[in-house]
Design a protein around this ligand. Structure first.
Ligand code: GUN
Ligand code: ZN
Length: 428
């Protein structure tokens, strides 16, 4: 058994739905881990009798939280983060497609995968739902790196058989074969999962979307990820390409792509009735504030989505997103809320980054908090990592106030250690 003594903060439920029982905080806490799983989490005084002769790692002065869940990120876009230019469709043409073309090369894919996974861990992200490029080898490389670290990670090769440059498209039959091979090789291996990944409606023919739905029907445990209702020009072009669809969500729904384990990035311009349809079928949304601000896409209506019962997680959306840090992403989510007149509550923010993300991915039986039985994916945070944060924390009286400052001022510097299934995989 391993034992860690520190302050511990995690969410047992959605604080907006369960104000009383959602937040668990142990000022002087003890976390007990065995065989990669949490076996105890609570006040030190209460759990200390269970220690026996287990040595306790004293991390007093630090804060233990669950690892962060990133519900939307692009692995082959690492090198075009912070690319100056226009909005979504031009940004894809100018920056994204040329960068992704390089991932046909297995060596480039492998090198970038190692960097990408290290960067996730450096930022405290322990689970991610990831877009690969159109190339099967990009996803093989990413899975291999995640598997080597026993990381819980879901990924898929992008489906794109039209409206993309030559060399960056697949076909219905090649993409079906690639997906079948990736599912056979990786889905359920270690803590990995496969996601059928139509890039977005514009880049997929009806035949390819039909095939994607068929693969999901054959493999009900597989995930689905795509982009939805991000940018006004994209929405207009989608309506032109799919004149029979009722709306953008319906394009995916009519091909069987809206179901449990379906995660839709952005949904910035979705309205009440569509959120209802999305929630009714068990779909989830990845809220990506830094990307939505960077590309000028719009302000995600978080409160409205939640009020319709939609599952929401946080996404960085690197490379349109401007950070790997989920902490920094929460600070930007707060600012998006301010521009809409809804101030995001700090506990709700931490929920979205952890248990909310786990629920969005249908993994909340395994990850999302530090309840006994969960996989021991956790972080040791240093709330005095910078002089400014230390000073701000010293003046903060309440836990809520401290957590808020952490989300607004926080980034990778606060992450002292990252543990995957009880094993330290990063130390600052
Ligand atoms: N829509 C289709 N592809 C992409 C992408 O790579 N990034 C973002 N933000 N939106 C997309
Ligand atoms: Zn994206």
């Amino acid at each position: 058994m391993q034992a860690y003594r520190a302050s511990i903060l995690h969410l047992l439920d959605d604080p907006t739905a369960n104000a009383e029982g959602a937040v668990a905080f142990h000022e002087d806490g003890l976390l007990l881990v065995e065989d990669g799983h949490v076996v105890g989490c609570g006040d030190y005084d209460e759990l200390a009798p269970r220690l026996g002769d287990t040595p306790v790692e004293d991390l007093s002065g630090h804060l233990i939280t669950p690892g962060f869940v990133d519900t939307h990120i692009h692995f082959p876009q690492v090198d075009i983060i912070a690319a100056h230019g226009k909005q979504l469709l031009d940004w894809l043409e100018q920056h994204t497609f040329p960068a992704e073309a390089a991932f046909a090369d297995p060596k480039h894919a492998a090198d970038t995968a190692a960097f990408f996974i290290d960067e996730l861990l450096r930022n405290g992200t322990t689970t991610a739902l990831v877009f690969g490029s159109v190339h099967k080898v990009s996803v093989d490389a990413l899975f291999a790196e995640a598997y080597a670290r026993d990381m819980r990670l879901i990924a898929g090769k992008a489906l794109m058989d039209r409206n993309a440059p030559e060399g960056l498209t697949d076909t219905v039959e090649s993409s079906r074969a690639d997906m079948q091979a990736l599912i056979a090789d990786w889905h359920g291996k270690g803590r990995l999962g496969y996601a059928v990944t139509p890039r977005f409606a514009i880049s997929c023919s009806e035949e390819q979307l039909t095939m994607a739905g068929e693969v999901l029907t054959e493999h009900p445990g597989v995930w689905m990820q795509t982009h939805l209702s991000e940018n006004l020009h994209e929405i207009k072009e989608t309506a032109r390409l799919f004149p029979d669809a009722r709306d953008y969500l319906d394009v995916y729904d009519r091909f069987g792509l809206l179901r449990e384990r379906s995660v839709f990035a952005h949904c910035v311009h979705l309205k009440g009735e569509a959120f209802q349809r999305l929630a009714a079928k068990g779909g989830a949304v990845a809220f990506c504030p830094t990307s939505n601000l960077f590309l000028g896409s719009g302000l995600f209506p978080l409160e409205e989505a939640c009020s319709h019962g939609v599952k929401v997680g946080m996404g960085t959306d690197v490379g349109a997103g401007t950070t790997f840090s989920i902490l920094h992403t929460l600070g930007e989510a707060y600012k998006v809320g301010q521009l809409r007149g809804d101030a995001l509550d700090p506990f709700q923010a931490l929920y979205l980054a952890t248990l909310g993300g786990a629920r969005a991915l249908d993994l909340d039986d395994k990850i999302g908090n530090l309840a006994p039985g969960k996989e021991a994916d956790f972080l040791v945070l240093d709330l005095a990592a910078t002089p400014l944060l230390a000073r701000r924390m010293a003046g903060a009286k309440s836990l809520e106030n401290k957590l808020f400052a952490l989300t607004v001022l926080g980034d990778d510097r606060m992450v002292s250690r990252t543990y995957l299934a009880g094993v330290e995989r990063y130390r600052r």
